[in-house]
Design a protein around this ligand. Structure first.
Ligand SMILES: [Zn+2]
Length: 272
């Protein structure tokens, strides 16, 4: 059966739009996905920093506790030394007091260094926390934007779908299926004219008999090279082909007369 090529061309435009909208819909969540991944990473960093802070804080507290305890013990020894009369006990206590003072000094130094480190970490943690909030805001904003965009594109798609259904009425499913596949793979062009014997989709020369079949238009033809639907269209190539045929006939006529056939045919061509 033959087909209305004007309808097919309209359908081609609708289908190309349809596929473009479909692609756009597929693209919509891409930015969101990227943003969600970034947020996920920031959250992980934040958690890692948070856990590290907790550990250091416990460390700092433990050092402080030890420092206070050592100080209390030293003060106790200082009280004892005032009441002692034995020189050996005095010497022992005095040595211990000196040792405690050294320990206290080292603990205090360690405490100050770790506390400073903790404070720096807490500043970084605060920054991370702000980044998480900011990125979470962006993700939510993107989600909202996507929902709006998706609704908009889906409405458009629905419109195109209706047009597609209207235009494809009467076209056999098998041809429709092939046609849709071609449009998807050939960048939106699924129906092209044949000029002479040349497919205007891929510019390949078609077999003469096949080109004639296309011209007769008794059934739907697909280009054997690019798979597009073909229809015949008058063109300069046809005029040239006619000239060729006309010329050939002249040659045959002249050949029978013998002699200057070639020259005569050329004259014939120029006379046209
Ligand atoms: Zn072709």
């Amino acid at each position: 059966m033959s087909i209305d090529y004007d309808t097919l061309k309209k359908l081609q435009t609708v289908l190309a739009d349809y596929f473009q909208i479909e692609d756009r819909i597929m693209e919509i969540p891409k930015d969101l996905k990227d943003k969600e991944e970034v947020l996920q990473k920031t959250k992980m960093d934040y958690l890692e920093q948070h856990n590290k802070c907790e550990l250091i804080k416990r460390d700092v507290d433990a050092i402080w506790e030890k420092y206070v305890q050592t100080g209390a013990e030293r003060e106790e020894k200082e009280r004892q030394i005032e009441n002692t009369t034995l020189s050996r006990e005095f010497e022992n206590l005095n040595r211990e007091i000196e040792q405690d003072k050294k320990t206290e000094g080292a603990l205090l130094k360690s405490y100050n260094a770790k506390k400073k480190y903790l404070e720096d970490l807490q500043v970084k943690l605060e920054v991370s926390s702000m980044m998480v909030d900011e990125q979470e805001g962006e993700v939510n904003e993107e989600k909202e934007k996507n929902e709006h965009l998706l609704a908009e594109q889906e409405a458009l798609l629905e419109e195109k779908k209706k047009e597609r259904d209207r235009l494809s009425k009467g076209i056999p499913d098998e041809i429709l299926f092939k046609f849709e596949r071609i449009i998807r793979s050939k960048g939106g062009t699924g129906v092209v004219p044949v000029h002479g014997i040349i497919c205007q989709g891929c510019y390949m020369e078609l077999p003469e008999q096949f080109a004639n079949d296309v011209r007769r238009d008794e059934e739907v033809h697909f280009c054997p090279y690019c798979s597009r639907v073909l229809y015949y269209e008058e063109s300069e190539e046809d005029e040239r082909a006619d000239e060729r045929i006309h010329g050939d006939v002249s040659i045959e006529e002249e050949v029978s007369d013998g002699g200057e056939a070639f020259i005569s045919s050329e004259e014939n061509l120029f006379d046209d």
